[in-house]
Design a protein around this ligand. Structure first.
Ligand SMILES: Cc1ncc(COP(=O)(O)O)c(C=O)c1O
Length: 439
């Protein structure tokens, strides 16, 4: 694959951009020796500056349920951009999008729009503290909730020897520049283990404002919750008078119309959305029942933002929701069908090649990991038993064949409604070749 022009951009970029791009996960750390500079996308396809074409399974980290440049999104954005981009006033489209969301989410009475998942999570935690008057927040090993200081603990894979006893995980800050005070009130628990949470809640429940979690662990590949686990978490939270905060930044409007809450039958107290909601525009939301959401009224718990409720983004969000809901939620049926088929066939091709690749999924979110375990059911399994370097080589071999699997070893891949049967077949064929080459 010729990448001469990407190389030239990279050389220029290194003079003016840190790592040649705008996030560590997009640069040479995951795409050595330099990333492909992407020029445009359409449907499930990407083209880079050298003219190479890719079937895209990274899809902006899950932000594109309809794929790139869906005709209805292009049409609405082109129409509305001529009327102005942002007024920082109340908007008709803000009301219409919130109405749609409330209609789709039985656990939600009200919505507040933000821009990114990080901001939404920061607000969710602040609301929990404001409402309960309690200081501590409980998060889980391996769960990522954005890069807000208070939640930036134990989100990355680490050598298993550094993690401590599962009853009392060592809290590992994910960055320099964090003061111990920023995560002093953040407790860390092992996920997918109801007994571990019960122990923590018995000891600390009186000082915990909320338990915050992803519905499926999606920043260590894809690790589904054990059957019944999330319901147990919800019940334990209620029993200990702790708010149950489901971070649906990844799962929201992706794994089901009502996200992980619908898929697993949950009634969370606080929910946050992002990624898929904006269909490629930065739109996020904090949502919940009235008695929770009233906490941000008049800045009692403060939530501000010049760019909140971006006009074009909301038109994209509203159009995406309408499109996905057509024909009895056919959009989600399609996303899930593709995710299931790719998962099963990748697993089959791995068996056929005698490779230790296992693909786990929750609907449209899937991820291949190289492991000798039958299944990865938690963060500690992931840290100890997953060969991240091998995934790096595999994903690079896929991209060389024009199949864009994320180079980020701990994230996941996803389907969009624009993937065709031919895209799936081509992907499976490329995986066979890549696995043969790995052998
Ligand atoms: C579960 C979860 N919450 C929050 C975030 C942060 O969202 P953003 O990158 O939009 O700030 C992410 C991002 O990957 C996420 O996976």
């Amino acid at each position: 694959m010729n990448s001469e022009i990407s190389k030239q951009y990279f050389d220029r970029a290194m003079k003016v951009l840190v790592e040649g791009c705008s996030s560590a996960s997009r640069g040479p750390m995951n795409y050595a020796p330099y990333p492909a500079y992407i020029r445009e996308g359409k449907g499930a396809r990407l083209w880079d500056v050298d003219g190479n074409e890719y079937i895209d399974w990274q899809l902006s980290f899950g932000c594109l349920p309809l794929g790139h440049a869906h005709p209805k999104i292009v049409e609405i954005v082109q129409e509305k951009v001529a009327g102005g981009t942002h007024f920082a006033t109340a908007l008709e489209v803000e009301v219409e999008t919130a109405e749609l969301m409330v209609d789709m989410l039985p656990h939600v009475d009200k919505v507040r729009f933000a821009n990114t998942g990080t901001e939404a999570c920061m607000t969710g935690v602040r609301m929990a503290r404001g409402i309960t008057g309690k200081r501590k927040v409980l998060k889980f090993e391996g769960h990522y909730h954005g890069w807000y200081d208070g939640l930036l603990v134990s989100s990355n894979p680490q050598p298993v020897t550094t993690l401590g006893h599962p009853n009392d995980p060592v809290r590992i800050p994910d960055s320099s520049g964090l003061t111990p005070g920023s995560w002093e009130d953040t407790l860390v628990c092992v996920w997918n283990d109801a007994d571990a949470l019960e122990r923590m809640l018995k000891t600390h429940g009186h000082e915990i404002a909320c338990v915050v979690m992803e519905g499926a662990m999606s920043n260590m590949g894809v690790i589904p919750p054990k059957p019944g686990y999330l319901q147990q978490v919800q019940e334990m939270c209620r029993a200990h008078d702790v708010l149950f905060y489901l971070d649906e930044t990844v799962t929201g409007f992706r794994v089901a119309p009502g996200g992980a809450a619908e898929l697993y039958g949950l009634q969370p107290d606080i929910v946050t959305y992002g990624k898929a909601l904006g269909q490629g525009f930065p739109v996020a939301a904090i949502a919940g029942p009235d008695h929770i959401m009233e906490s941000i009224e008049y800045g009692k718990v403060l939530h501000y933002g010049s760019h909140n409720a971006p006009r074009l983004g909301l038109y994209a969000a509203k159009t995406m929701l309408e499109e996905m809901r057509r024909d009895n939620n056919a959009g989600w049926t399609r996303l899930n069908q593709i995710g299931e088929e790719v998962t099963q066939r990748l697993n089959q091709v791995a068996r056929d090649c005698g490779q230790n690749m296992r693909v786990q999924n929750v609907g449209s979110m899937f991820h291949p990991v190289f492991t000798d375990l039958e299944q990865i059911s938690g963060y500690r399994d992931f840290c100890q038993h997953v060969d991240l370097a091998k995934y790096g080589r595999f994903s690079s071999l896929m991209r060389e064949q024009g199949v864009f699997f994320t180079g980020n070893r701990i994230l996941h891949n996803l389907s969009c409604t624009a993937h065709t049967q031919a895209d799936i077949d081509r992907t499976i064929e490329a995986a066979g070749t890549a696995l043969e080459q790995l052998s």
